[in-house]
Design a protein around this ligand. Sequence first.
Ligand code: DGL
Length: 210
Amino acid sequence: MKLKIGIFDSGIGGITVLHQALRSLPKEDYLYFADVDHVPYGTKGKEEIVGYVDDAIGFMVEKNVKAIVVACNTATSVAIGYLRGKYGIPILGMEPAVKPAVRKNNGKRVMVIATPVTLREEKLKNLLTEVDERHVVDLLPLPRLVPFAERGEFNTPEVEAYLAAEFSRYCLGDYSALVLGCTHFNYFKDTFRKLFSPDVDLIDGCSGTS
Ligand code: DGL
């Protein structure tokens, strides 16, 4: 029997990672798990999220996948160490692509948007200590985007008003890159593009993961 690669997210965000995986590894078979009963994760407590992720990964392991991609920055930030210690197959995680964004920032600032959990966890703090020596990175939680995405709302007037209000505290001309630190946010690229000028890079974590 050909073993599959498991791809996991709280909802539809990881489909953007599956899309990239299908391009990079088209001959593989995939099993996709969306924890739609518990989405969104990014505004919940750490223990609760670890429990949901553990259940989902346990289910996929029972289906005999050969490797799993946790296609969710939030789940990765709270559970990846635990999962790797518990399960005996390769488990890949995701983190906001801060490194490439800081590396080519051209003296400008970098904005990282993600869920509140991802932004406050130790994992991102450690990454920033490592790569943001010049303190050019700003962090902006956007908790409402995941529910918008799950409802299929990517560019409605409500989404546009929410983003305009959240970004209004920043001078967007100061930025060289917007790092999409949540896989659900990939669906809003066209809406972000309306707010940021064409020379601002929108950087997701999809290609770095696969
Ligand atoms: N796609 C998840 C991420 O990358 C969304 C988490 C959530 O459910 O809030 O963080």
